[in-house]
Design a protein around this ligand. Structure first.
Ligand code: HEM
Length: 437
């Protein structure tokens, strides 16, 4: 990678570093997109992005500083080696995530600069594959995630949610909304989707929490990851030939049919199971916003017609993750946002930043409940677009309605400043939300 020795500064420090100049590129991208201007443009300084623990739904000030610095900047994250590009504009994010010249497969085995101390997925996992293998893997589980597949779960999901809410109402206030509803509900739904028996839900939750926390250290995370892999390997073997519409049954059939390997099936099961719990943090943030913005809560109560657009607007606005997700590696020289990204260089996109792009969203930092159209990229873009987007939307809508309709007058039981937020988490969210109603 070029310019390894470039001076690094933190993002909060003004850009005092003298930018270095890239050598003129001799390679021309297949599309002819590499321009002489991009190739000779001075390289931006490498900024160290410490990815601090933030509270509430504050937009990461370091990311905001990077966005101000330019549409394409360079970053170094707390773990791994070297630096990577960061792409923050909506249009450029969609280009990078949808262009086959940026590879996920090429990331495997490289110690690229990153947030997590460890790589979560196992080899062959869907997040680290490119088409056509990526397409083959996703095809194996596609029936579970179509509108029909997700609607199959609606009735069961509503029943499980009603049971949880009934329990909270029966016990009376105060209650921790996260512990009583927002954590157990997505966990129960994703276990239903996977075909994981109710008795195994606590183990799933424990492993997911350890895998998703960078605070627990690489070793504990990896032990949890291996335990979950062993679990799914056992389930896949047990369910062989039994049929069914759940994800484990679909994966088992795909392995038996020779469409995917057992290792690929395990990797996919792991990512879907972990992804399923993303809804807890996302809806935790949503609930926090509604509890601290009575004007928004009031509008949702008075105007149920606005709820569908409100879900999308909150998905757009919520700073769902800490830092950035998985990077991609350029397999050719490509020009993005006026910068030449060379073959072999790592590129991160920030969906959070793209969702605040003023060229696409008027008043990007404001919450506009009836915003339409709303081309947000909270679920990603391109081939790696979130597998569980439809399911997440269904769960979010059900939770949203439950919060607004079944807990009239719900409010925080403690001052907002006293809430605790998950430390060292890859996905941000409140640890608890004590409420009364
Ligand atoms: C509000 C909740 C959720 C949000 C905001 C969210 C967001 C995302 C994002 C941004 C990506 C990454 C796209 C990329 O790599 O470029 C992703 C991928 C993924 N998500 Fe979600 N997600 C949510 C819920 C879920 C649920 C419920 C599941 C599973 C049941 C799930 C499973 C996955 C999987 C397996 C991937 C990897 C897809 C691939 O690499 O092809 N997610 N999600």
């Amino acid at each position: 990678m070029r310019d390894e020795a470039s001076t690094t500064t933190t993002t909060t420090t003004p850009a005092t570093t003298t930018p270095t100049t890239a050598k003129a590129s001799t390679t021309t991208a297949a599309t002819g997109a590499t321009t002489a201007a991009a190739a000779s443009a001075p390289l931006p300084p490498v900024r160290f992005w410490p990815v601090r623990d933030l509270t509430g739904v504050e937009f990461d000030p370091d990311l905001a500083a990077l966005m101000r610095e330019g549409p394409v900047t360079r970053i170094r994250l707390p773990n791994g080696e070297g630096w990577a590009w960061l792409v923050s504009r909506h249009e450029d994010v969609r280009t990078v995530t949808n262009d086959p010249r940026f590879s996920r497969r090429a990331v495997v085995g490289s110690d690229v600069t990153r947030l997590a101390p460890h790589f979560i997925p196992v080899d062959g996992a869907v997040g680290f594959e490119d088409p056509p293998d990526h397409t083959r893997l996703r095809r194996a589980v596609a029936p579970a995630f179509t509108t029909r597949g997700v609607e199959r779960l609606r009735w069961r999901a509503q029943a499980m949610l009603d049971e949880l809410v009934d329990g909270v109402l029966r016990d009376g206030p105060p209650a921790d909304l996260v512990a009583r509803v927002l954590a157990p509900f997505p966990l129960a739904v994703v276990c239903e989707l996977m075909g994981v028996p109710a008795a195994d839900r606590p183990a799933m939750h424990e492993w997911t929490s350890l895998i998703l926390s960078s605070a627990e250290g690489a070793e504990r995370s990896e032990r949890a990851r291996n335990a979950m892999c062993d679990y799914f390997a056992g389930q896949l073997a047990e369910r062989r030939g039994t049929g069914g519409e759940d994800v484990v049954a679909l994966l088992s059939a795909a392995v038996a049919g020779g469409e995917i390997t057992e290792a690929e099936a395990v990797g996919l099961a792991l990512l879907i199971q972990i992804g399923g719990e993303a809804v807890t943090n996302n809806t935790g943030n949503m609930a926090y916003i509604l509890l601290t913005r009575p004007d928004l809560m009031d509008r949702l109560c008075r105007d149920p017609g606005v709820r569908a657009t409100a879900v999308d607007e909150l998905l757009r606005w919520i700073p769902h993750r800490n830092g950035v997700g998985l990077c991609r590696i350029a397999t050719e020289d490509v020009t993005v946002g006026g910068r030449e990204i060379r073959r072999g260089e790592a590129v991160y996109v920030s969906y959070l930043a793209a969702n605040r792009d003023p060229d696409v969203f008027a008043d990007p930092d404001g919450i506009v409940l009836d915003r339409s159209p709303n081309p947000h990229v909270a679920f990603g873009y391109g081939p790696h677009y979130c597998v569980g987007a439809l399911l997440a939307r269904l769960e979010t809508e059900l939770l949203f309605s439950a919060m607004v309709d079944r807990f009239p007058g719900m409010r925080l039981a403690v001052p907002a400043e006293e809430l605790r937020w998950r430390p060292g988490a890859l996905i941000r969210g409140p640890e608890g939300l004590p409420v009364v109603w």
